[in-house]
Design a protein around this ligand. Structure first.
Ligand SMILES: [Zn+2]
Length: 178
């Protein structure tokens, strides 16, 4: 069984197999399953192996995860929101090397906050841009990149009530980098 199905079960959420994505509202026919397929395939006009484009990979993963917290572990909310916070608030140029460092900082932070849970915005209130919106413009590289940036930004703003919380995690990483 796939991870996301397990997580949904654990979170007591019944996955719908048809219609729009029940979490983000993407205009799908097979709900979350199709939403995840679009996400997993990526948006292929962008060459994500080119290091100048890797930022889009991070933005896609963060935006999608934070739109679908019901199919992830709770730790993920902290991680992906902290990363967007570092990218948007502190203009940090994200690289693959920074992800394990952020994980370390988050693990340290969580030692005394095991039960801290970032309550997500309600379902369907996590931004108007979704996988299917990005897919619509995905045959044009520049438009696709622009839409992904807007997507991540919009989702980040929807989680605004937790920006203060993840700032503490972000500052730990920034301090480590000095
Ligand atoms: Zn979705």
């Amino acid at each position: 069984m796939q991870d996301y199905i397990n997580f949904a079960e654990k979170n007591g959420v019944v996955l719908l197999n048809s219609g729009a994505c029940q979490f983000c509202g993407a205009n799908t026919r097979r709900g979350i399953h199709e939403c995840l397929e679009i996400f997993n395939l990526g948006f292929q006009t962008i060459d994500l192996s080119n290091s100048a484009n890797t930022i889009y990979r991070f933005l896609i993963v963060d935006a999608h995860t934070l739109q679908h917290p019901e199919v992830h572990g709770r730790w993920n909310n902290h991680f992906h929101l902290s990363r967007l916070h570092l990218i948007f608030k502190y203009n940090l140029k994200w690289t693959y090397k920074l992800s394990p460092k952020l994980s370390d900082c988050l693990n340290q932070y969580k030692i005394n906050k095991q039960d801290e849970y970032l309550t997500p915005p309600g379902v369907l209130k996590r931004g108007n841009i979704t996988t299917t919106v990005v897919l619509e413009v995905s045959n044009e590289e520049e438009k696709c990149k622009e839409m992904i940036s807007k997507w991540a930004h919009e989702v980040y703003e929807k989680w605004h009530q937790h920006h203060h919380t993840v700032d503490a995690v972000a500052l730990k990483l920034l301090k480590k980098m000095l």
